[in-house]
Design a protein. Structure first.
Length: 289
């Protein structure tokens, strides 16, 4: 195996990992930044940036309609919206992020990094990186999928599929009233989908103040989202005319795509040897160690 020594090894090149790596390099340390997908992470390609690119046109249209005397239409051009989103995400090309890392004095290492010992990371099974000071774990999170009968018989959307969709589904079902569910429900409603948002409580964004959730609920309904409150999906069934969702009250919905947005969990798979269960967070002290 090829062995290399750095002062710091960072696993995960999303926003947190990039900032940690840059700060260490700026302080004069030799840094390796390990990433198994795209440098820039979830935010750059599947989350913050594409979601806001999808939301912005609808927000602008609504704002223009509120101002008397501004001539505006009623429709958004989905093809143009998707093209602008793809421009922001570089169509998944992370070469610019890699070049940035090298320019910042960081060694980008592409591959799956696994902690194999104290201050030791093995990449791709045959490249060993050792750290004089620390390994920084910035692996982010992955979607948390609920256990719903029939869900395994279809290909549901997660946040990635929603933010990178190449077209607008005629009928979209969304399960989950958190940030992902709310944003994608609004975005696709303004793009022309018939959207059904299913949430378990009386309002979306339950971690926020009630008045905020109430305002968001009103805003969703204003753009045409059918919000099913105090509900849930008890069963999923694939059919020739679409996917049938059976709701908590026994009623059914037929949709073309089904976005499951029921939260995320820490991406800590692979740390079982250190007593960390997959999906559980790392326990740290006040210094982050």
């Amino acid at each position: 195996m090829a062995a290399e020594t750095f002062d710091v090894v960072v696993i995960g090149a999303g926003p947190v990992g990039e900032v940690a790596a840059e700060r260490a390099a700026r302080g004069g340390l030799k840094v390796a930044l390990v990433e198994h997908e795209r440098f820039g992470g979830e935010c750059s390609y599947w989350a913050c940036i594409p979601s806001k690119a999808l939301l912005r046109p609808g927000n602008l249209l609504a704002a223009a309609k509120r101002v008397p005397g501004v001539p505006v239409g009623d429709r958004i051009d989905p093809a143009a919206v998707f093209a602008r989103r793809d421009w922001f995400t570089g169509k998944g090309d992370d070469s610019g992020q890699v070049d940035w890392a090298r320019g910042a004095g960081i060694e980008p290492v592409r591959g799956h990094g696994e902690i194999t010992g104290e201050r030791e990371v093995t990449v791709g099974g045959d490249r060993v990186l050792t750290a004089r000071h620390a390994v920084i774990v910035c692996t982010g999170s992955v979607p948390s999928t609920p256990s719903i009968p029939g869900l395994d018989t279809i290909r549901p959307w997660g946040s990635r599929e929603a933010t990178s969709a190449p077209s607008v589904p005629s009928r979209l079902g969304v399960l989950g009233g958190g940030v992902v569910g709310v944003e994608m429900a609004q975005a696709f409603a303004t793009l022309g989908s018939e959207v059904h948002l299913v949430i378990t409580g009386p309002r979306p964004l339950p971690r926020n103040a009630a008045f905020a959730g109430d305002l968001v609920l009103a805003g969703l309904r204003e753009v045409g989202v059918e919000v099913h409150t105090d509900s849930g999906v008890s069963q999923v069934a694939a059919g020739d005319s679409g996917t049938t969702l059976t709701l908590k009250d026994g009623s059914t919905l037929v949709v073309d795509e089904f976005l499951v947005a029921t939260g995320r969990r820490p991406a800590t798979a692979g740390l079982e040897r250190f007593g960390i269960e997959p999906g559980h967070p790392l326990e740290t002290d006040d210094t982050g160690r």
